[in-house]
Design a protein around this ligand. Structure first.
Ligand SMILES: C[S@@+](CC[C@H](N)C(=O)[O-])C[C@H]1O[C@@H](n2cnc3c(N)ncnc32)[C@H](O)[C@@H]1O
Length: 272
């Protein structure tokens, strides 16, 4: 396979099979629901799913009674999601946008970034994303991020290879995370999918670069954003495992922030 890989995010059907087909999206959506039940002061009616990709959680959120808004910058992902969820009618909407410069006609009750889709290149970039999301939230609304913050004491680098079959289609998937600039904590998350269908073979690849944030740095970023306050974090979607300072974060930590009504004093970033 010598030809250039095809951009994986421009092939949403392959991406969805390779990266989402084995997820328990109902557990993820009900995790969001349980955090809302515990920490939102009103009945949530809408959820904004940022960097939604193929929107694997859209039907689950609509099933729970939310109006779903998915935002992504990739038109291929959005076209796939619109077609996939035609049956949801106006309960699900898909909009093109960049997380750093979001604009919605109406504020939402909950915003999410699921499955690690938080890609700031710097701490300032993380501040810009949080400010942009805060601008879309109703006062009191929650911003819930999953697998976006580095778990302390864990080696962030990883390499995972697996195979999947879908009828005549065979996928070999290699996902890896490696450092590209250690001192700046800049990493690269690469997903390579080799797809074989009959005699046809094709390679797909996505590369997302981002700055790792450990919990302390993330709290420093939150402190920079006047409109958000920290609510709590949990070990995965298990709300019976709040972090009390003794436990370590799991590999897929969940963190919740709340939009506050009144701006407060800005503080300095701890490690600019
Ligand atoms: C890993 S995929 C989708 C993950 C999705 N959240 C899920 O749960 O399956 C990451 C997505 O983020 C989108 N993306 C990356 N950077 C973005 C940005 N700055 N603004 C909007 N979308 C972005 C990509 O187009 C891609 O569809």
């Amino acid at each position: 396979m010598t030809q250039e890989p095809y951009p994986l995010y421009d092939a949403p059907d392959v991406y969805d099979q390779a990266c989402c087909s084995f997820r328990d999206t109902a557990v993820e959506a009900s995790g969001v629901q349980r955090i809302a039940a515990a920490h939102l002061g009103f009945e949530p009616k809408s959820v904004l799913d940022l960097c939604c990709g193929t929107a694997p959680n859209a039907a689950d959120f609509v099933g729970l009674g939310y109006r779903y808004v998915g935002v992504d910058r990739n038109q291929c992902m959005l076209a796939y999601a619109r077609d996939r969820y035609r049956d949801l009618g106006d309960r699900a909407e898909f909009r093109q946008g960049d997380v750093e410069a979001l604009a919605l006609p109406e504020p939402v009750d909950i915003a999410t970034i699921l499955s690690g889709s938080f890609f700031p290149h710097t701490l300032d970039g993380a501040v810009r994303i949080l400010e942009s999301v805060a601008g879309c939230l109703r006062p009191g609304g929650l911003f819930i991020l999953e697998a976006c913050i580095q778990a302390p004491e864990e080696d962030p680098t990883m390499r995972s290879e697996y195979s999947l079959e879908f009828g005549q289609r065979h996928l070999n998937v290699l996902a890896s995370l490696s450092f590209v600039d250690g001192p700046r904590q800049l990493v690269e998350y690469r997903i390579r999918v080799d797809c074989t269908e009959g005699d046809a073979q094709r390679r797909f690849e996505s590369v997302d670069r981002f700055r790792l944030l450990d919990p302390q740095e993330f709290l420093g970023v939150v402190a920079q954003v006047a409109a958000l306050e920290f609510v709590g974090w949990w070990d995965g979607w298990d709300l019976s495992k709040p972090l009390d300072g003794r436990d370590r974060l799991g590999r897929r930590p969940v963190v919740a922030l709340r939009k506050i009504a009144h701006a407060r004093r800005r503080t300095e970033l701890p490690n600019p």
